[in-house]
Design a protein around this ligand. Structure first.
Ligand SMILES: [Zn+2]
Ligand SMILES: [Zn+2]
Length: 284
């Protein structure tokens, strides 16, 4: 498959990417994309968590609500004005779900067209836990529980890297693990995505981190073969490539081709484009 749309694109405003929306949009036009969505890491208000949790999850390094309104949104509006006649441009955010603040997500959806759910941290027994720290069977279950809860809200069109919870789940020798607990969490996430019509994203950023020993031989941290094998057995699951681009030249490079080839090897049926308006079922 040739990529014709991508809805997962960052900008320099998150503090760990290069370029502004126009740089990615020009790259998309050069590569023949018909549609591009910009979805930088969305702001999470400080009041949603303790100062310790805010710092431990690197939140002070991301755009805040002021930058969102005074820089991000005007930058997108300017790009639509400049390039909107050459490519369909969609406005979005990749964002965490922090339960108990649904009005905030409703407000965000008055400012952008779609939200990509990216879960990097989740409520655990002792407060928020970051999935980059070591994952265990109970933590994996907590990750799946948050995914279920978030997808049920109807705020999210796409679940980014739904297999990210497996990244630090390893056995005593450091081999990436996919056991009964991992399979259960995978099934819970797939079922929730199917039920709430949320697209599962095969993430094109994961392969940039290299391959590591796993039960399936050398494998990416994500997308993980064992996870997507189960998705492939669920014909009702809706799947798309998300480039997760943090640097404009990466938008349609060889790594993205490899990601597409991975999905095709597993017989995943990739959506060429996502109809964001009809996918999102917002609850009142
Ligand atoms: Zn990022
Ligand atoms: Zn991302």
């Amino acid at each position: 498959m040739r990529l014709i749309a991508n809805y997962h694109t960052h900008t320099a405003l998150c503090g760990h990417a290069a370029g502004m929306s126009g740089d990615y949009i020009r790259e998309a036009i050069r590569n023949g994309l018909q549609e591009i969505g910009i979805s930088d890491h969305g702001p999470i208000p400080r009041s949603f968590m303790t100062p310790r949790e805010y710092a431990d999850n690197w939140l002070q390094r991301q755009m805040d609500e002021t930058i969102f309104e005074t820089v991000y949104l005007p930058d997108l509006a300017e790009s639509i004005r400049r390039y909107g006649d050459r490519i369909a441009i969609r406005t979005g955010l990749e964002i965490e779900y922090v339960p108990g603040h649904d009005d905030y997500y409703r407000w965000l959806l008055t400012k952008v067209e779609y939200l990509v759910l990216g879960i990097h941290y989740f409520p655990s027994v002792h407060g928020l836990y970051n999935a980059y720290d070591r994952m265990t069977a109970p933590r994996i279950a907590e990750y799946a529980a948050l995914a279920e809860r978030a997808l049920a809200t109807g705020f999210f069109s796409i679940l980014a890297h739904p297999d990210l919870f497996l990244m630090t789940y390893r056995d005593a020798d450091g081999v990436l693990l996919f056991d009964e607990a991992a399979e259960q969490a995978t099934r819970r996430i797939i079922d929730a995505a199917v039920k709430h019509r949320v697209v599962l994203e095969v993430n094109g950023g994961g392969p940039r981190r290299g391959r590591y020993p796993s039960q399936d031989g050398m494998d990416w941290l994500y997308p993980r073969t064992a996870f997507w094998r189960l998705v492939a057995k669920t014909p009702s699951a809706r799947v798309a490539i998300g480039c997760d681009t943090h640097n404009p030249p990466d938008l349609c490079d060889a790594v993205i081709d490899e990601t597409i080839a991975f999905a095709e090897r597993l017989n995943l049926k990739l959506l060429p484009r996502i109809d964001l308006n009809s996918e999102r079922k917002r609850e009142p």
